[in-house]
Design a protein around this ligand. Structure first.
Ligand SMILES: Nc1ncnc2c1ncn2[C@@H]1O[C@H](COP(=O)(O)OP(=O)(O)OP(=O)(O)O)[C@@H](O)[C@H]1O
Ligand SMILES: [Mg+2]
Length: 485
């Protein structure tokens, strides 16, 4: 970006022309009708000849409800890098939990930009209005805007590719700088806290190849805006994380958010009254977000409702032409989130919202879920998080004890092959408790726990076998008695 005085000159030429236009508007009524018409016709030509520049204004607040314009805020961020070099008066804002400072140009400053060899100018301005409200103090409303100026011969380049470039760069910078949030819903309203979970894929205990595959999948997804647009599909991807408690499903969601810089929306379905509320909540999610429904099997009777609905439809067919209930009555009967409501939103709603979104379901019992809910296309990737393998243990040992290898690793490797222990339980033993940093004590404690688990599993299996045999014996006796003459 470069700074040019030409922008000031343009403004001056512009104001002279504007004055002339004003004078013309005041006095044109004194001209004879025919002459006025002819002059009016040439007026525009003269104006564009003298001042061949186009101006576009981007207001900070738009719409009836005066929402902060997304374009304005993207431009503000985009210009922050150039304005800190060019503008003389700057505004400073602290972002990312007081860890970074972002500078943007103050009001009535001007910076120049260049795109594909074409020069253009951005001016920041504000209009001040006296507020209508009665108050002891005089209140003024300030309406800020950015004005973009460029030569009319570059109209197509600027309105198309350049503005796209500005919005894209601005959004990307904003995503990088912003403080991420964890949202939870209370009924149909989201409330949020700052999201600062330290989990990353590096600290996630999992087989390296599986981890790499998931990370690649996520990164590919986040870079595929054009691909999704080309194939005409909403830019979203569904993940189903399943496995026993304590195997890292929630930890993986935090790692996903940290990898992609997304907000997390932890959706409590049981607190959502009906499909309308569900739709409202989902429309309000940000452009880069992960919508999480934990323990989907417990969230609602999602599995049953579909079946019930099918049965109702069947009954309806049988009874044929039964008079329909009025709409309100029908709605009040269905005033709960249904499986079909959830499926509709996964399939259709996001296609109109734009932005990149992940939807993640977690469950301890994948077999309980309705196949329609988790079919490919809805839940694109099914990831099983299971008991701790030796590879996963090595990650935990590195995280907790900063150990790459140890003489006890071989024994632990054997035991992990025979005993089922979750990463959460393994991690519990790796917390230095007695002597901080004493790896030997931690590893021995883990070996003790693994041996106990193995022993317990063995006893359980034997007990089961015994019970099965006991169960079979009376049946055999019964059979013999019935077959005797
Ligand atoms: N794969 C893992 N890698 C690293 N830490 C893990 C892993 N699995 C579990 N942990 C540790 O165990 C704790 C519990 O894990 P987490 O909450 O992610 O389990 P979960 O699978 O979501 O369990 P639930 O099904 O009960 O919700 C975490 O705080 C984390 O420290
Ligand atoms: Mg969990």
């Amino acid at each position: 970006m470069i700074h040019l005085k030409q922008g000031d000159m343009l403004a001056q030429v512009g104001s002279v022309v504007a004055c002339l236009m004003f004078v013309w508007a005041m006095f044109k009524q004194y001209f004879p009708y025919e002459l006025r018409d002819r002059l009016e016709k040439y007026n525009k030509r003269v104006f564009t000849f003298v001042y061949p520049y186009i101006q576009i204004k981007f207001h900070e607040f738009t719409g009836e409800r005066l929402m902060r314009s997304e374009a304005y805020s993207a431009i503000e961020t985009y210009l922050s890098s150039s304005s800190s070099m060019q503008a003389k008066r700057l505004k400073a804002e602290v972002v990312k939990n007081n860890q970074a400072l972002v500078l943007s140009m103050d009001d009535h400053e001007e910076v120049a930009d260049e795109f594909k060899g074409v020069k253009l100018w951005w001016v920041s301005g504000k209009n001040a209005f006296k507020s209508q409200t009665l108050s002891f103090y005089q209140v003024t409303d300030e309406k800020r805007y950015y004005k973009l100026k460029f030569h009319k011969r570059h109209r197509d380049l600027i309105i198309g590719p350049y503005l796209n470039h500005v919005l894209k760069e601005g959004r990307a910078l904003k995503a990088k700088n912003r403080q991420r949030k964890l949202y939870t819903n209370n009924g149909s309203y989201w409330s949020h806290v700052v999201f600062e979970h330290p989990a990353t894929f590096k600290t996630l205990a999992m087989e390296p190849e599986k981890k790499k595959e998931i990370m690649d999948d996520l990164i590919t997804f986040s870079q595929s805006e054009e691909f999704y647009q080309r194939i005409g599909r909403a830019w979203k991807r569904g993940y189903l994380l399943y496995g026993p408690p304590g195997t890292g499903k929630s930890t993986m969601i935090a790692a996903m958010a940290n990898l992609l810089n997304y907000d997390i929306y932890d959706l409590e379905l049981t607190a959502v009254k009906d499909n309308t509320e569900l739709r409202k909540l989902l429309i309000e999610t940000s452009r880069k977000s992960i919508v999480v429904i934990e323990d989907i099997d417990c969230s609602l009777d999602l599995t049953g409702q579909r079946r019930k609905k099918k049965e109702e439809e069947k009954e309806g067919d049988e009874k044929e032409q039964k008079p329909k209930l009025p709409k309100e009555e029908r709605d009040s009967k269905n005033s709960q989130v249904t499986l079909s409501g959830l499926l509709n939103f996964i399939d259709g709603l996001w296609s109109v919202c734009g932005g990149e979104r992940l939807i993640v379901f977690t469950t301890n019992f994948v077999e309980k879920l309705d196949p329609a809910l988790i079919r490919k296309g809805r839940m694109d990737k099914h990831i099983e998080l299971s008991y701790c393998s030796f590879e996963a243990f090595k990650v935990l040992a590195n995280n907790y004890l900063q150990l790459e290898s140890h003489q006890l690793f071989a024994k632990i490797s054997d035991l992990l092959g025979e005993a089922k222990m979750t990463p959460a339980d393994v991690a519990e033993h790796l917390m230095p408790k007695i002597v901080p940093g004493n790896a030997q004590v931690c590893l021995e404690s883990l070996i003790g726990a693994l041996e106990t688990t193995k022993e317990k599993a063995k006893l359980k299996a034997e007990k089961k076998k015994h019970e099965r045999r006991k169960h079979r014996q009376p049946k055999r006796k019964q059979k013999r008695q019935t077959t005797r003459p």
